[in-house]
Ligand binder design. Structure first.
Ligand SMILES: Cc1ncc(COP(=O)(O)O)c(C=O)c1O
Length: 483
């Protein structure tokens, strides 16, 4: 009988796996620009994946890589493609897949520090650096999460515990007044979701109207707070967005912070998309008031180009985070040994993966400047795309381009025209853009979250869009005449 552990690989298998993985990385990297953006889904293969029973005798390492090559890869979206400009989703940075493999190999459980001492410090160093970007000081803390939505859920949980000290024992099952959350009409749905999950209820989320630049209107916020107080309800939290998901608009954070201070409300920033633009010198001033927020959600799996999943919650006073989540006095070790944190006291999970390693590894490998440049590159390209659109008589921007989301429409074209043009652009394999809905108007949205995208890619997209729109007759006659 072999003394090979039953689920281990022997030396030859490890070598084979290493060789095949290196080849996979190499082939994938080279093929990215030629790969289909969206796969032509092979239903037979996918049905087979669903229906095929797992074998009693395994396929072995080579068999597995073959299945990945033949079945998984051809039916996967090419997120790294330079003209993948849908959603807010970017390609992973180059070192991250290696860091992920190492994290999986050492399998640290990032719950309490004795189980994962280095991981605890690595996560702390990442959190401290992120907090520092916004001007948070040593009292701040945070935790890496599965994404921005979870970070906002965890932030609102923390805010609830701070507002209602008996929340852990009683929940919201008390005669106390209804709590109200304020956010803008352009906020991400994760705010409603958090309110629903926490028992606040979406009826108690006010979507404050926005101004002509899609930013929360502060006087409307103040009026809504007054109306709720007059009706006996209890305003408790404002979620502002530095970078809304559709147009990238930046709420007036300083003015909202003034309101929150005056009204004693928790200020949370949903920075899942936008907060990390603080890395750009050009945006730093605009993000200056972020330090006044009680908590900030952001997403390394967007602008730090870490592979999914890596979100982050920062809280200005980490003691409040521990008050919400620590079920033992173990968080006192925060004071006893600032080097070692028990992350189970900072969030709802007990077992946690070593997400911080991929963030830390990328920052160590490439250095912070590389990320500043990558972020500036995406800002430049979005501006370039906006300029090309503005220079095209039959296209118009639907919103100012504050960050990297570019919402635009074909002048005078119907909703159906927009759908058809977008479908053709995607269908011919040129680019993946998404639809945009603003003020009840339909258009298209490109979001540059890709360090591989070039000016040539942007020119190609705008050129093809114009050609398709003209051929389909989606360009209004009056615009056509000036061509
Ligand atoms: C403003 C905003 N909030 C929240 C989210 C959700 O983030 P995640 O997908 O990481 O949960 C997004 C996603 O794009 C977003 O743009």
């Amino acid at each position: 009988m072999s003394d090979q552990p039953i689920l281990g690989l022997d030396r030859a298998e490890r070598e084979t796996a290493g060789r095949l993985l290196t080849r996979f990385f190499e082939d994938y990297e080279r093929s990215i620009p030629e790969r289909p953006l969206v796969p032509e889904v092979d239903r037979d293969v996918l049905t087979g994946l669903l229906a095929t029973p797992f074998p009693d005798k395994g396929l072995g390492v080579e068999g597995l890589f073959q299945e990945i090559d033949q079945k998984i890869l051809p039916n996967s979206t090419t997120v790294a493609h330079p003209r993948f400009l849908a959603y807010v989703l970017g390609p992973p940075n180059g070192i991250a897949p290696y860091a992920e493999a190492i994290a999986a190999t050492i399998n640290q459980n990032c719950n309490f520090w004795q189980l994962s001492p280095a991981a605890s410090v690595v996560e702390r160093s990442v959190i401290t650096w992120l907090g520092g970007l916004f001007g948070y000081d040593e009292r701040a803390g945070g935790i890496l999460t599965g994404g921005g939505s979870i970070a906002t859920l965890n932030a609102l949980t923390t805010a609830l515990h701070a507002r209602r000290p008996g929340f852990r024992e009683q929940g919201l099952q008390t005669p106390a007044p209804r709590l109200v959350v304020y956010t803008s009409a352009e906020a991400h749905r994760c705010v409603d979701k958090a309110a629903a999950l926490l028992g606040i209820g979406t009826d108690n989320v006010r979507h404050i109207p926005t101004d002509g630049r899609y930013r929360m209107r502060v006087e409307a916020l103040e009026a809504a707070i007054r109306a709720d107080r007059a009706a006996g309800r209890e305003p408790f939290c404002v979620v502002a967005t530095p970078g809304t998901v559709t147009s990238g608009s930046i709420d007036p954070i300083g003015d909202i912070a003034d309101v929150c201070e005056r009204e004693e409300l928790w200020l949370h920033l949903d920075g899942a998309y936008g907060a990390l633009f603080v890395l750009s010198e050009r945006k730093r001033e605009e993000f200056g008031a972020c330090a006044r927020a009680d908590s900030i959600a952001l997403d390394p799996h967007k602008l730090l180009f870490t592979p999914l999943e890596a979100g982050c919650l920062l809280v200005r006073d980490r003691g409040l985070l521990a008050k919400a989540y620590a079920f033992s006095a173990s968080y006192l070790t925060v004071e006893e040994d600032p080097l070692m944190l028990d992350y189970m006291d900072y969030g709802p999970q007990l077992s946690r993966s070593f997400k911080a390693l991929k963030v830390w590894s990328a920052l160590r490998t490439f250095g912070v400047d590389a990320f500043r440049q990558a972020v500036d590159h995406t800002l430049d390209l979005a501006r370039y795309m906006a300029d090309l659109i503005e220079a095209t008589p039959w296209l118009e921007l639907m919103a100012p381009v504050s960050l990297t989301a570019v919402c635009f429409r074909i002048k005078g074209a119907s909703e159906a025209d927009h759908t058809a043009v977008l479908a053709e652009l995607i269908g011919e394999g040129t680019a993946l853009l998404g639809p945009a809905h603003l003020d009840g108007r339909r258009g298209m949205r490109a979001c540059v979250t890709n360090y591989r995208t070039t000016r040539g890619d942007i020119e190609l997209i705008v050129g093809r869009l114009s050609a398709i729109a003209r051929r389909r007759g989606a360009v209004a006659r009056t615009s056509d005449e000036v061509l």
